[in-house]
Ligand binder design. Structure first.
Ligand SMILES: CC(C)(COP(=O)(O)OP(=O)(O)OC[C@H]1O[C@@H](n2cnc3c(N)ncnc32)[C@H](O)[C@@H]1O)[C@@H](O)C(=O)NCCC(=O)NCCS
Ligand SMILES: Nc1ncnc2c1ncn2[C@@H]1O[C@H](COP(=O)(O)OP(=O)(O)OP(=O)(O)O)[C@@H](O)[C@H]1O
Length: 452
């Protein structure tokens, strides 16, 4: 489908051949294309074409008494002096003897004739068109979506928010802006909105400079565009991202082919944290059941204990035999902070590496990360955090019951972590898990309304 740069290229080319021409005669071969205007041909006869303008993806032929609006939709094209064929639906015979033909294999394009006095207002008033990126100001752009739960890609494609961007350019703009296409509008910061607007201009201007993008069937009066050579992600599944070397992936977002670099355009990461046995796994199991992707750092630790290099290093450091007796190791590290730091020094960098790998395998807009030591480990690669919180008494009770620990065993583990009272001040959201498990699920559902 021709997008803003293609339509602009067509406009420029049309101006070079049409300016000053008078329409001698109009022949319509497929009525619906002229919006079933019975007097279309009569009205246009004798009208001078002063110039061709553009608003978003609409072409505007400025005539003596009328504004002729042309929308090419999927496949509309113009040709000069082309022999008639079954896909040519409108022919304009011009005073110079040349003909301008409108061809449209899918017949989705439309012409509309409007009184010239509505030249500057018609499209805005009737079609609700927003301004093009080059004239749209940041505040108007940002305020039109910052409360909305639509994805940012849908927002960029929404002609009532920003004019002229179609699928190809939306994919490219989001890649350059390093934003995941499925990120919700209300999660986009004003700085990100500014980056998006700047990159919209950058991409569209470059595409205009190169005469548009020739993918499928775009051409303008016989000329083909060159911007396909500049594409970074669109149509590049399996190719390497020029910035980071990660493979470009494709997925469907609201029915549109969407291409991203999963490393440069990461998911929105919500870290689920808490204290030991406050209910993180209960919460994340529920999220998984609802179809969300959860990366679990305790599971990653568990899998590292299957790795012989890691096991040998732990065995050497703690003078233990392999396979490692985890209960014995836990007893050492929870009674001696220095030993615990040694173990963390071995495991945490490996855990963080694995978290990054798992993040890259994911093309969801949102990713939950179960990470008990979020604040203790100073991990920073997340966007917001949810603290699964409870009272100290319930925490102790649940931990003793679940792991069959004595009070002393449970307390040393609890004391190895930052107190919940302090974590409450650090978290973005707090879910109190003081009631039943069903009550916990209800609170999660309430919070999820933000993301779905
Ligand atoms: C101490 C070990 C051997 C105990 O193994 P075990 O299978 O009994 O427990 P598991 O790994 O399932 O952890 C259970 C819970 O203990 C708590 N916990 C684990 N390690 C730590 C730690 N270093 N400091 C404080 N709390 C911890 C967390 O709340 C965690 O959810 C193991 O947890 C470990 O190797 N920990 C060091 C790595 C680490 O910091 N893991 C936390 C996630 S990054
Ligand atoms: N609202 C609740 N009511 C009753 N029991 C609960 C509730 N929430 C969690 N539990 C129980 O408390 C125990 C601890 O919960 P869970 O295993 O989810 O904690 P965790 O934060 O993931 O622990 P860890 O830090 O060890 O990974 C489990 O036995 C769980 O079934």
């Amino acid at each position: 489908m021709p997008e803003l740069p293609e339509v602009e290229t067509i406009r420029r080319n049309l101006n070079t051949v049409l300016e000053g021409e008078i329409i001698r005669e109009v022949l319509v071969y497929y009525r619906p294309i002229v919006s079933n205007d019975a007097s279309f041909e009569t009205k246009l006869k004798g009208q001078r074409i002063h110039k061709v303008e553009r608003e978003a993806k609409y072409l505007k032929f400025i005539l003596d008494d009328y504004l002729l609006v042309s929308h090419l939709r999927m496949e509309g094209k113009y040709f000069m002096d082309a022999p008639l064929n079954k896909h040519i639906h409108v022919v304009f015979n011009l005073s110079s003897g040349h003909t301008l033909s409108y061809e449209d294999t899918r017949k989705f394009g439309r012409f509309e004739l409007v009184d010239i006095k509505y030249k500057d207002t018609y499209l805005k008033d009737i079609k609700g068109l927003a301004k093009d990126p080059d004239t749209l100001d940041l505040n108007t752009f940002y305020s039109s979506f910052n409360q909305r739960s639509k994805t940012i890609k849908e927002i960029l494609l929404d002609q009532s928010i920003i004019g002229g961007i179609g699928n190809i350019y939306a994919n490219e703009i989001l890649y350059l802006s390093k934003i995941h296409p499925a990120k919700k509008g209300f999660l986009i910061s004003k700085d990100e909105a500014k980056t998006l607007l700047n990159n919209s201009n950058l991409v569209l201007n470059k595409a205009i400079e190169m005469g548009g993008t020739t993918i499928d069937t775009f051409e303008s009066l016989g000329h083909k565009g060159e911007f396909q050579q500049e594409l970074n992600v669109h149509g590049k599944t399996g190719e390497i991202c020029k910035v980071c070397g990660t493979k470009i992936i494709k997925f469907q977002l609201k029915g549109r082919g969407t291409y991203i670099c999963p490393k440069c355009q990461p998911s929105y990461v919500v870290a689920i944290t808490g204290g030991i046995a406050t209910g993180k796994s209960t919460a994340t199991n529920y999220l998984r059941k609802k179809g969300f992707v959860v990366v679990d750092s305790d599971e990653i630790v568990g899998s590292l204990y299957q790795d012989s290099d890691v096991l040998n290093l732990i065995a050497k450091t703690f003078k233990m035999e392999t396979p490692i007796d985890k209960a014995k190791l836990a007893n050492i590290v929870f009674h001696d902070e220095k030993q615990r730091k040694k173990l963390e020094h071995i495991l945490h960098p490996l855990v963080f590496d694995e978290i990054s790998k798992q993040k890259q395998l994911n093309n969801e807009h949102i990713l939950f990360l179960d990470i008990p030591l979020l604040f203790e480990s100073n991990y920073k690669e997340f966007d917001e955090s949810i603290l699964i919180d409870t009272t100290e008494a319930l925490q102790l009770d649940r931990l003793m019951k679940r792991n069959k620990y004595t009070q002393e065993e449970a307390l040393v583990r609890i004391k190895a972590q930052i107190p919940l009272s302090k974590k409450r001040k650090l978290a973005t959201h707090i879910i109190k898990n003081n009631g039943s498990i069903d009550a916990l699920y209800e609170k999660i559902d309430k919070l999820l309304e933000r993301y779905v």
